[in-house]
Design a protein around this ligand. Structure first.
Ligand code: PEP
Length: 250
């Protein structure tokens, strides 16, 4: 049985004071939640504050992005060792907002994944099709391309140390969640890609999160699908009560 993961992606929200207030309210609400791994990805500036607030709790901290270089003259970038030092155990890589707004490619995703693994971080590699891909019947083709160029380029050992998040772009921040069946079909496809590229063992151990307008009122339907190993939550992770309701979906 794969252990479930509920991860919150705060995007470019929350000051340090708001981060502290969130943890004060959220931590007690999930203190007894042992059925899943709980992750929060604050903006870079709030990582240390979040890590401090999460010390001794069951909440792990994630970066939202990472440089593909360990150090160097890369103005504005943050490296994997810096994330680790600040208290991160995870990092989100290849989020659709990074791919669409900042032109990240599958090759960038592959490089970032390697540098993250090398620093002991667990990458949460995001992939997902756009609405026009789905309408044109190309959803699986896009997923296969993103899988092959990113996670599929890893060694089997490296692959066994990552999480994947299936995030259909049309469902992110739109309020249009994928139906549990659509999500499960995509997850099955990705698991098949993992099986063909690596092994049946790698495929069955791989944890795939679903992301796209997950809310307290749809989490149960999504988690009823065995294929879904958890959720990556954007908007609904900003409010402690709403994110705790998602974590405590059982
Ligand atoms: C996300 O940012 O990864 C996400 C899924 O956002 P939302 O839950 O707001 O759709």
């Amino acid at each position: 049985m794969r252990r479930r993961v509920i991860a919150g992606n705060w995007k470019m929200y929350k000051t340090l004071a708001e981060t502290r207030a969130f943890f004060s309210a959220f931590t007690p609400l999930v203190a007894n939640s042992r059925h899943c791994d709980i992750i929060i990805a604050p903006p870079f500036t709030a990582i240390s504050t979040a890590a401090e607030a999460a010390k001794g709790t069951n909440i792990a901290i994630s970066g939202q992005n990472v440089s593909w270089s360990k150090e160097g003259a890369f103005t504005g970038e943050v490296s994997a060792p810096m994330l680790t030092e600040a208290g991160c155990r995870y990092v989100i890589i290849g989020h659709s907002e990074r791919r669409q707004l900042f032109r990240e490619t599958d090759d960038n995703v592959a490089k970032k994944t390697l540098v993250a693994l090398d620093s002991g971080l667990t990458p949460i590699v995001c992939l997902g099709e756009m609405q026009e891909d789905r309408d044109a019947g190309l959803a699986e083709e896009v997923l296969l391309r993103q899988f092959t160029g990113g996670p599929g380029a890893l060694t089997p050992d490296e692959f066994s140390r990552i999480l994947i998040a299936y995030e259909p772009v049309w469902a992110i921040g739109t309020g249009r969640t994928a139906t549990p069946e659509i999500a499960a079909t995509a997850h099955r496809f990705l698991r098949r890609c993992a099986g063909e590229q690596f092994s049946v063992h790698h495929a069955s151990a791989l944890r795939i999160l679903y992301g796209g307008s997950v809310k307290p009122d749809n989490i149960q339907g999504l988690m009823a699908q065995e294929e879904l190993d958890g959720a990556l939550v954007g908007g609904a992770s900003l409010d402690p009560k709403s994110f705790a309701a998602i974590v405590n979906f059982k």
